[in-house]
Design a protein around this ligand. Structure first.
Ligand code: HEC
Length: 105
């Protein structure tokens, strides 16, 4: 790839993690993981994640933690971000849908 194209693609994509867009598939994944949610809640969760969870540190890739780890982290980090309980539930729904699955035993 020519240098200028590489530079352009870096500028367009940035260096942070790709935070998945909210799709009906995400609702299906959440449901399969035992989380009852819907598109509007996942949208709220995604928006909270991308605006409130990158003020102290860069955004973590949701895949960096498993669905077993996110609930406790959302409690700790949700408190640090001053998120009230309903917002923590929205955020958790999004991270349960996009987090890493449990590794098979
Ligand atoms: C007030 C600052 C602050 C805010 C806001 C914040 N964090 Fe953090 N976060 C930290 C600090 C400091 C660490 C370093 C490790 C620690 O103290 O647990 C951290 C670490 C993390 C880690 C890595 C933990 C580990 O053990 O690997 C994750 C994941 C994380 N934050 C997620 C979030 C999420 C999700 C939100 C949004 C609700 C958020 N953070 C908001 C301060 C913050």
């Amino acid at each position: 790839m020519p240098r200028r194209l590489i530079l352009l693609s870096v500028m367009l994509t940035g260096c942070g993690p790709v935070i998945p867009p909210v799709t009906p598939d995400l609702v299906t994944t959440a449901t399969a993981r035992g989380v009852i949610t819907d598109l509007p809640q996942l949208e709220r969760g995604r928006s909270l994640y991308t605006t409130r969870c990158n003020t102290c540190h860069a955004l973590h890739d949701p895949l960096e933690k498993t669905v077993a780890q996110w609930p406790a982290l959302v409690e700790i980090m949700g408190a640090r971000a001053y998120l009230p309980e309903p917002h923590r539930r929205d955020l958790l729904a999004f991270l349960m849908a996009t987090g890493a699955p449990l590794s098979p035993r």
